[in-house]
Design a protein around this ligand. Structure first.
Ligand code: PRP
Length: 211
């Protein structure tokens, strides 16, 4: 049986976009386009199998070799530092990791800053680089609520259009890092399935360059 390339695709809008890139690269899988609750889709003829996974889990599948390659946000790579190869910036899914707070907040550098975030590791590293003591309140979503309710002084979160901040009377005070989608590969797979992976990498490189 021909070797299969196992791909972890993030569920949702980014995954739909990335699937189209795979199809253009010659790895089409028609059953992906059907509306279903299936999580595994394959096309043995094209040597490809897609897994539909939660975006924040893509790197786990790839790091552990359950998938050979995948696409995930740079935010996930910065937060979890998975032991994978980052092959390409897909220049899509662009946003930024930023610090935001209420208009009335005045920072006192002498006091511990309370930071609410889903990205505890990124926040800890960022403030350590500034030599600032912080207290992290780890939340799993709706981070913007924290400063409104007095749960934190600031938030470290993803800002895309800025709408969520605006609608909650918060504003961005620092940018930590630009974020976009990345093609990643399992290290062993990159050695053993090099031909298939290079085909994807090269095709994606061309598609990104044409944009
Ligand atoms: C993300 C992020 C912000 C929002 C930013 O949340 O955490 O809340 O998107 O986008 P904007 O600048 O375009 O408004 P997500 O929708 O992933 O939900 P979450 O609250 O579960 O984090």
């Amino acid at each position: 049986m021909a070797e299969m390339l196992n791909v972890a695709l993030p569920k949702g809008r980014l995954g739909d976009k990335v699937y189209k890139m795979f199809a253009l690269a010659g790895f089409e899988c028609p059953e992906m386009l059907e509306d279903s609750r299936k999580l595994v889709f394959e096309n043995p003829e094209k040597q490809v199998r897609f897994f539909s996974v939660k975006p924040s889990d893509v790197a786990v599948y790839v790091e552990r070799g359950a998938a050979d390659i995948g696409v995930c946000g740079k935010d996930i790579l910065l937060e979890y530092e998975p032991d994978v190869y980052e092959l390409l910036d897909l220049k899509t899914g662009k946003c930024r990791m930023a610090v935001a707070t209420r208009a009335l907040f005045r920072d006192d550098p002498a006091s511990t800053l309370v930071v609410a975030t889903k990205f505890s590791h990124i926040a800890a590293r960022y403030y350590a680089s500034l030599g600032r003591d912080i207290d992290i309140v780890h939340l799993n979503g709706s981070i913007e609520l924290a400063p409104i309710l007095g749960l934190s002084d600031v938030i470290v979160d993803i800002v895309e259009t800025g709408t969520t901040l605006r609608e909650n009377d918060l504003h961005e005070i620092e940018t930590i890092a630009p974020i976009s989608a990345r093609l990643i590969a399992n290290k062993a797979s990159y050695a053993f399935k090099k031909d298939l992976i290079l085909r994807v990498q090269e095709a994606f490189r061309e598609q990104v360059a044409e944009k």
